[in-house]
Write a protein that binds this ligand. Structure first.
Ligand code: CUA
Length: 195
């Protein structure tokens, strides 16, 4: 007879200390999660307010239509910045530059787009095959690119340097290679002729 040897039990006070410690850890983790979600929400909603390379703003998005099988009959036949007879960037009636970009076959055309800083550029983007994404990294400039549709986004690149646009919608095996580069020239380059 007699009570069998029970495993060593922690006394009342030790248990309370453990509980308090774990409660504290849970509270800290909850607080970190809350701050993290809040931070990502704020940075995800207003990334254009950043003062570094991501300094650009969007104008309205105007949606047009285009025949994806007959891009040759549209300005998309010559992807890139629209220039005048002298090869200088040409302003449209809205006072912005126009650039045409084509997404398809896991590439963007052109692969490199030279734009002057400080001048609004309206990017017209369409797709030839499937749905793609178009996001200018570090900003909230982001559009879904569908065959037959034209997404037009007005962007001002404020700082000379380089910036990228990526495809952020899974479109197939080459999705991760879809990237285009913006080379932003100092403002003087574009304004030289009008000086
Ligand atoms: Cu194109 Cu992902």
């Amino acid at each position: 007879m007699g009570v069998p040897d029970a495993p060593a039990r922690l006394d009342h006070h030790t248990l309370e200390r453990y509980e308090t410690a774990w409660l504290g850890i849970a509270v800290v983790m909850t607080a970190l999660l809350f701050v993290g979600v809040l931070a990502s929400l704020i940075s995800g909603t207003y990334p254009a307010l950043k003062t570094d390379a991501g300094h650009a703003h969007t104008g309205g998005i105007v949606r047009g239509r285009v025949d994806p099988k007959n891009l040759a009959a549209t300005p998309f036949a010559k992807p890139g910045l629209v220039v005048d007879d002298r090869g200088q960037p040409a302003l449209n009636e809205q006072g912005t530059l126009d650039a045409y970009l084509v997404a398809g076959n896991f590439t963007f055309q052109p692969a490199v787009l030279r734009v002057p800083a400080g001048v609004p550029v309206t990017l017209h983007v369409t797709a030839t095959d499937v749905a793609h994404g178009f996001q200018v990294t570090g900003t909230n400039i982001n559009a879904e690119i569908l065959p037959g549709h034209v997404a037009s986004l007005t962007v001002t690149f404020r700082h000379p340097g380089e910036q990228h646009a990526i495809c952020n919608e899974y479109c197939g095996v080459g999705h991760h290679n879809m990237i285009t580069r913006f080379v932003v020239d100092p403002p003087a380059t574009g304004a030289k002729e009008t000086q």
